[in-house]
Design a protein around this ligand. Structure first.
Ligand code: SAM
Length: 306
């Protein structure tokens, strides 16, 4: 009988006795972000040899382990219990256990739990090491065609529109003050269009950007373009899958042109913003004097048809 995809197991790794390192070690283990072939032999060996595997969602990790013929002892470590679990994990490390930490996908700590535990383990003098591997942020970065360094990983932007726009306005201010880095963000598919719109409003329609979707999976796709065009492309369309946004660095230093201010103002007014709000947004995003931007917005509003 042919095995289904669910039941098929990958070749079990040969497990070196010392795979999990010396006693009292915390090992951060990267797991696949979609393609199971990306679980490294060393990662599998550590999962097999560790005294326990701290996992964000034990069901997901159990399934992954089963695919490789492994049955590690799993302990739940997620955002909401990380604080209380940390003491217990430190005690186990002190007793000489070798503990692996994994998240549901990719590199632990990268928009995933584990940071507080790692800090505490370092502070307590325990050995902390890693089995590096897949990470959606760096994979999207290198596929984007945008400068790989310096880059700034921002994790998920705030889900609420107001907080997200405020965050991007702060970012625009940092860029006016000299920050120039490729930006990498995670976003849920149902918020992709609005986040692209907010990025375009804050950082400029013409900023080069890329949307990386379903990396390492069957429907992997990287769409490269500019923020304004990408926002328009995804507006109103249903997008599925997992997404990383990459935005090219600010050019830096240049004063915003009249044309850029006008384009931004037209877009803001077309969205239905009042003259005051449109001027506030464009002045914040470009660093142009608010009084001048307000006057320009009033003139545009006055000359608008209807
Ligand atoms: N720790 C993970 C890592 O190293 O990439 C990220 C965990 S974070 C909770 C999950 C987010 O990462 C997803 O919502 C998506 O933004 C991004 N992501 C994860 N896998 C992805 C993939 N295969 N393609 C694109 N984005 C992915």
């Amino acid at each position: 009988m042919q095995e289904s995809d669910e039941t098929r197991t990958e070749t079990p790794p040969s497990v070196p006795v010392d795979a999990a390192g010396p006693p009292g070690t915390l090992i951060l283990v990267a797991t696949p972000i979609g393609n199971l072939g990306d679980l490294s032999p060393r990662a599998a060996a550590v999962l097999a040899a560790a005294d326990a595997v701290l996992a964000e969602d034990t069901r997901i990790t159990r399934k992954l382990a089963q695919r490789f013929g492994l049955a590690p002892r799993l302990v739940s470590l997620r955002d909401h219990n990380e604080e209380t679990m940390t003491g217990r994990v430190l005690a186990r490390l002190a007793a000489g256990e070798r503990l692996a930490l994994v998240s549901d996908a990719g590199m632990p700590l990268i928009a995933d739990p584990g940071y507080r535990l790692v800090r505490a383990a370092i502070a307590a003098g325990h050995r902390v090491t890693a089995v590096p591997g897949p990470c959606a942020a760096t994979t999207a970065l290198v596929l984007s065609g945008l400068p790989p360094a310096p880059f700034l990983f921002l994790g998920f932007p705030p889900p609420k529109a107001g907080a997200r726009q405020a965050r991007f306005t702060e970012l625009a201010a940092l860029e006016r003050a000299g920050l120039s880095a490729t930006l990498v963000l995670y976003e849920a598919p149902h918020r992709l269009a609005e986040t692209l719109r907010d990025l375009a409003d804050a950082l400029g329609e013409g900023r080069p950007a890329a949307v990386a979707r379903e990396l390492t999976k069957r429907f992997e796709e990287v769409v490269r373009g500019h923020l304004g065009a990408l926002a328009a492309r995804y507006a109103g369309s249903e997008v599925l899958g997992e997404i990383v946004l990459v935005v090219g660095p600010a050019e830096g230093g240049a004063e915003p042109s009249e044309e850029e201010i006008e384009t931004r103002l037209r877009a803001a007014l077309a969205e239905g913003l009042s003259v005051r709000d449109a001027a506030d947004r464009v002045a914040a995003a470009t660093g142009a004097a608010r009084r001048a931007v307000y006057a320009r917005a009033l003139a545009l509003k006055g000359s608008a048809p209807g």
